[in-house]
Design a protein around this ligand. Structure first.
Ligand code: DAT
Ligand code: MG
Length: 149
């Protein structure tokens, strides 16, 4: 058993297109547990820190201005192998290459506006949770847990 936490963000395009409920519903139905969530306007400093690994890439400026252009919905999800489970439910970085049934495969067409972010490793998840949620994530039991884990 490896219970992990992962940072997930519905990007401005997902929020504007009314996909918060659809995406949250997928993770809930999968059996992951929501342990933190907030809708927020992102400042450039947070966006740059979040995407620091891409700062030399040609699309970095575009990425930061996209993420800061309109509110995002930030969350932390917990569960067995949560990091890789969320990544596989998201689909590939480019929605055009993402399989139907994945979030990007079902809802996206553009690599720039690909709807969702999910941490790509436990190490990055811990770093991102620290960056986005200075307040603590919650610890609680759900009555359905016994039927999932
Ligand atoms: P992911 O979001 O799947 O982890 P990533 O970490 O490689 O992908 O890149 C972060 C984001 O940057 C990605 O969601 C969309 C944007 N991006 C990546 N490659 C790009 C490219 N070639 N052109 C434009 N935007 C890109
Ligand atoms: Mg990434």
């Amino acid at each position: 058993m490896a219970i992990e936490k992962t940072f997930v963000m519905i990007k401005p395009d997902g929020v504007q297109r009314g996909l918060i409920g659809e995406i949250v519903g997928r993770f809930e139905k999968k059996g992951l547990k929501l342990v933190a969530a907030k809708l927020l306007a992102v400042d450039s400093k947070t966006a740059e820190a979040h995407y620091a690994e891409h700062k030399e890439r040609p699309f970095f400026g575009e990425l930061v201005s996209f993420i800061t252009s309109s509110p995002v919905f930030a969350m932390v999800w917990e569960g067995e192998n949560a990091v890789s489970v969320v990544r596989s439910m998201m689909g590939k970085t480019n929605p055009v290459d993402s399989a139907p049934g994945t979030i990007r495969g079902d809802f996206g067409l553009s690599i720039g506006m690909n709807i969702i972010h999910g941490s790509d490793s436990v190490e990055n998840a811990n770093r991102e949770i620290g960056l986005w949620f200075a307040e603590n994530t919650l610890t609680y039991s759900k009555s359905g847990d016994v039927w999932i884990q």
